[in-house]
Design a protein around this ligand. Structure first.
Ligand code: CP
Ligand code: NVA
Length: 301
């Protein structure tokens, strides 16, 4: 493993090892307090962030390393100088790059032109650190994460893609319910369906919310991802049947609700569900740090 650009690049063994290491670091943080001693990580962010920025910064600190945050107040990377120069220059000083970018291509360019590991902290296509934290969260609730029935309801986006790869590689059953025109990327669908088959899992895709079926956990995300300037009013009517509310949770018999955050209450999910008893949102947020630290220790430790 040289980089973490997408969960799709991980084998089942690598994915399970990352989850096991994250659990170990969470249980025994002292044992890893010098894992990144003397190492510096540059964090490049083209988009806003609360959880990712803070969990990487504090996480790196807890591993004994040093994090340097570079925001891009002037817009996308590559404006002042080429992305390839960013990558080659940062590689002269830093031991790893964490990048949140608009285009996934930018993360790929950083990996191609730099000589240090690159970790994707969200691109338009994937959010692998989120996916790892989410499967860690599920692994804490269920003895065998491959037996979990996970549904994603809403906009097929970067988070959906990472969950689909994770579920497929783990051999879990995942149901994705999106409005027509908002399905996950076609290539991701093909690849994850093949991976699910290979690993004994199942990936169901539908636009019919009545086909949701029995689920253990229902996951949703914002209907409008960062960089999508469509007014909410333009899509609201189309998305409303896909709101995760108490009736939907009850119909699916789902005990758990998941969301990567930020959550827009009474939009993609009701406050009663987001803040309800079965909500795993804070466990997911906390696990961002442990999952990312497992990635950092694997790549740099
Ligand atoms: N879930 C997540 O990535 O949150 P931030 O956008 O706040 O980093
Ligand atoms: N899909 C969302 C996730 C935010 C963490 C976005 O890309 O904005």
């Amino acid at each position: 493993m040289n980089h973490l650009l997408s969960i799709k690049d991980l084998s089942k063994t690598q994915l399970l090892e990352l989850l096991a290491l994250a659990k170990e670091i969470k249980a025994n943080p002292q044992g890893y307090s010098q894992a990144l001693a003397g190492k510096s990580v540059v964090m490049l962010f083209e988009k806003p962030s609360l959880r990712t920025r803070v969990s990487f910064d504090i996480g790196i600190n807890k591993l004994g390393g040093h994090a340097l945050y570079l925001d891009q107040q002037n817009g996308a990377l590559g404006k002042r100088e080429p992305v390839s120069d960013f990558a080659s220059n940062i590689s002269c000083w830093a031991d790893a790059i964490v990048a949140r970018t608009f285009a996934h291509k930018t993360v790929e360019l950083l990996a191609e032109h730099g000589s240090v590991p690159v970790i994707n902290a969200l691109s338009d296509m994937y959010h692998p650190c989120q996916g790892l934290a989410d499967f860690l969260t599920l692994a804490e609730q269920f003895d065998d994460v491959s037996k979990v029935k996970l549904a994603y309801v809403g906009d097929g986006n970067n988070v959906t893609h990472s969950l689909m790869y994770g579920a497929a590689i783990l051999g879990a059953k995942m149901t994705v319910v999106c409005p027509l025109g908002h399905f996950p990327d076609g290539q991701v669908v093909c690849e994850t369906q093949a991976l699910a088959k290979q690993h004994g899992g199942e990936l169901v895709l539908t636009s019919n919310i009545d086909e949701l079926g029995e689920q253990d956990a229902i996951y949703t995300d914002t209907w409008l991802s960062m960089g999508d300037n469509t007014p909410l009013a333009d899509i609201k009517a189309k998305f409303e049947p896909y709101q995760v509310n108490e009736a939907l949770m009850a119909k699916a018999g789902a005990n758990y609700f998941m969301h990567c955050l930020p959550a827009y209450r009474e939009v993609e999910a009701t406050a009663a569900v987001v803040d309800g008893e079965g909500s795993l949102i804070l466990q997911q947020a906390e696990n961002r740090m442990h999952a990312q630290n497992a990635v950092l220790v694997t790549l740099l430790g």
